[in-house]
Design a protein. Structure first.
Ligand code: PLP
Length: 427
């Protein structure tokens, strides 16, 4: 199906129906080589030109209108976050009323744990994976302590088996069953950030439900990368950031999902703020809180327009590309092409710890360098010297993420060729 040469990469690019989208992004300027290759979209997505335009439009609206811009222009700031609900819902498989754009990922995780982690004397444990992103670990640990509990008893972790890199579904489900009636929350990633493993979210949600525990997902590496159906999978809540695969810029506003069946539940504790209050009467400045009957009830503050404008611009690019479906179709070919090149040119020298099966992975490849004469860190630095930007994860993993919106098959080919040269120099 594939061929090893550069000409074949170019032929794949010529046949790519999404190839025109690359020109809608700013490519980083090379620092040290003649050319640059960006494979770090899992860390910070590239800048869509539409994002810049949207930010400038809001700066102009502010300059021209002052406070009038909140209500009176053709894109007023008060309901600005609502413009994101439909496109964000399409990317996550949620109803527009189930998603809200606000804060940062970890802040949203805290706000949603206020609602969904409600320990009792018998049901008080949170189940996470042992290698959870540190911020999630800190958030969970501090929530447990805020309830006066001890993480030594209340935090349950599941890890890969000895000698294995990825989590087994049966081990996760077994742990959920084992802690069953003591579980107050299951919190798992959609995609594990280190290995790139996709977890079977629907199956895990069903297992959590069967023992009466809510399930929350961290979708930092999943949103904009793989297809999601949060509503149909019956996920209780989810959080994500928008600066990775959603290309909304450094520190851009995060996202949150709350399943419709929790909307309007007055038993759910929540931290309130004026932006979650009924829109029609918000400015009457009444002191009795009346929640919006959607995920917007979790909104606290008014929206950071300059950190949302790039997201609005970026999501128009996703919409134009036909949404996550066609992007994932291209991504699957890119994944297999990368596997093919690594297999044929670097077999034995580079080992992928990302699962091989397509339904267990997104666009990220976590590569371990199996060459005793060179450390993973040296390889990473030599890649950087050739202006290949990718990720580095302690202790020995290089992360590369070919993104279907703006990466080309030629990028993948250049990456593997440079990696091969780096390793050949040592041989
Ligand atoms: C990137 C990432 C975060 C980032 O958290 P912020 O609150 O946006 O800084 C959290 N969790 C995971 C799994 C991540 O990959």
């Amino acid at each position: 199906m594939f061929e090893p040469g550069a000409a074949f990469a170019e032929s794949l690019d010529r046949a790519d129906p999404l190839r025109r989208f690359r020109d809608q992004f700013a490519m980083p300027v090379p620092h040290r080589a003649a050319e640059s290759t960006y494979l770090d979209g899992d860390s910070l997505g590239l800048q869509p030109r539409a994002a810049r335009d949207m930010v400038i439009a809001e700066l102009d609206r502010w300059a021209d209108n002052g406070a009038r811009g909140h209500f009176e222009t053709d894109r007023p700031w008060v309901p600005y976050h609502q413009l994101l609900a439909e496109p964000m819902g399409r990317l996550t498989g949620a109803l527009p009323t189930e998603v809200v754009t606000m804060n940062g990922l970890t802040v949203n995780l805290h706000l949603l744990m206020v609602s969904f982690y409600r320990p009792t004397t018998s049901r008080y444990k949170i189940l996470i994976e042992d290698h959870a992103f540190p911020s999630d670990h800190y958030a969970v640990d501090s929530q447990i302590r805020a309830h006066g509990l001890d993480p030594a008893h209340a935090l349950v972790t599941v890890e890969p088996r000895p000698g294995e890199e990825t989590l087994r579904t049966e081990d996760l489900i077994d742990a959920i069953d084992r802690h069953g009636s003591e579980l107050a929350l299951v919190l798992l990633p959609g995609i594990q950030y280190y290995t790139g493993q996709v977890l079977p979210m629907a199956e895990l949600a069903a297992a959590a439900r069967a023992v009466g525990a809510p399930i929350g997902l961290d979708l930092a590496h999943a949103v904009g990368n793989i297809e999601l159906s949060l509503h149909d999978w019956d996920i209780d809540f989810a959080v994500w950031c928008t600066y990775k695969y959603l290309n909304a810029g450094p520190g851009a506003t995060g996202g949150a999902f709350v399943h419709e069946r929790h909307h309007g539940d007055s038993d759910l504790p929540r931290y309130h703020g004026w932006w979650g209050h009924d829109r029609a009467t918000r400015f009457e400045m009444d002191t009795l809180f009346r929640p919006i009957p959607t995920a917007e009830a979790w909104l606290v503050s008014n929206s950071p327009i300059l950190a949302m404008a790039p997201l609005l611009g970026s999501l128009t690019v996703f919409e134009e590309a036909g949404g996550i479906g066609p992007l994932r179709t291209k991504s699957e070919v890119m994944i297999q092409y990368m596997d093919y090149l690594l297999d044929t040119r670097l077999e034995g020298r580079v080992e992928s710890i990302t699962p091989r099966a397509l339904d267990q992975r997104g666009c990220q490849h976590s590569l371990r360098i199996n060459d005793p004469s060179v450390s993973g860190q040296q390889v990473y630095e030599e890649l950087a010297a050739a202006d290949v930007q990718c990720g580095w994860r302690y202790p020995n993993v290089v992360r590369v993420a070919p993104v279907p919106l703006y990466n080309s098959f030629a990028d993948i080919h250049r990456f593997v060729s440079i990696l091969e040269q780096i390793l050949d120099q040592r041989a």
